[in-house]
Design a protein around this ligand. Structure first.
Ligand SMILES: *Cc1c(COP(=O)(O)O)cnc(C)c1O
Length: 215
């Protein structure tokens, strides 16, 4: 938390603009509770089922964000469990989330996951697809498009991630010019969140730097 604040100050940004998502996949509830006592207020989970039992045990005094790949058949459970979904990557998924949110009488906050690399293993929609998807989501009454998320390839040096973070920021600016009001940028993980903050991140998703290496 101190490191996110310092990175913000270095770049002349207000530290309050940057929210820390503590990524707790594979982390047990005892350690999650310790992190909450130490000041963590947003938890990020990758798997619906794993999150479900943890949320039941840890409770809802904190916000729970979904950051993994979401299958449409989990949309119903996901909208009930999570306060924000970082990883909407297709029109069918957006439509299913909208339908389920409407049935539940709620508005779900979502980010679009943008894939900026060629890696076959990554999810997300490429930039042009993201523009189309954003245009579709703003027409859906039960989704609120809050921002964009990306996950660059893994590099040994954080500087290598910078071009990806810049591209996500430029995509956000392009959307705003085209009349799509997106506010947030979810980018940066343990190895590169400081660079992401320099490039405009408003949410950083940090796992191992908080909880230690995953098993
Ligand atoms: C696991 C994960 C993170 C956190 O990664 P660390 O390197 O442990 O900080 C962030 N974002 C996503 C989408 C993840 O799956």
């Amino acid at each position: 938390m101190e490191r996110t604040e310092r990175a913000a100050q270095r770049t002349g940004r207000d530290p309050k603009e940057i929210k820390l998502v503590a990524v707790s996949k594979t982390v047990d509830t005892a350690r999650i509770k310790e992190a909450i006592e130490a000041g963590v207020s947003i938890l990020g989970e990758n798997y619906v089922q794993e999150a479900q039992s943890k949320i039941e045990e840890v409770g809802r005094d904190v916000a729970w964000h979904f950051i993994g790949h979401l299958q449409s058949n989990k949309a119903k459970v996901a909208i009930r469990l999570f306060d924000l979904i970082h990883s909407v990557d297709s029109i069918p998924l957006a439509e299913e989330l909208n339908r389920r949110s409407e049935m539940a009488g709620q508005v779900m906050k979502v980010f679009i996951e943008v894939k900026l690399s060629e890696e076959a293993t990554k999810f997300g929609t490429e930039e042009e697809g993201a523009l189309l998807l954003a245009g579709r989501i703003i027409g859906l009454q039960h989704l609120s498009l809050e921002g964009l998320m990306t996950m660059p390839p893994y590099f040994d040096s954080a500087e290598m991630s910078r071009p990806y973070f810049i591209r996500l920021r430029l995509l956000k600016e392009r959307m705003i010019r085209e009349g799509i009001p997106v506010k947030e940028l979810s980018m940066g993980m343990s190895s590169d969140f400081e660079v992401a903050i320099e490039e405009g991140a408003t949410y950083v998703r940090v796992g191992t730097a908080i909880f230690g290496p995953r098993k």
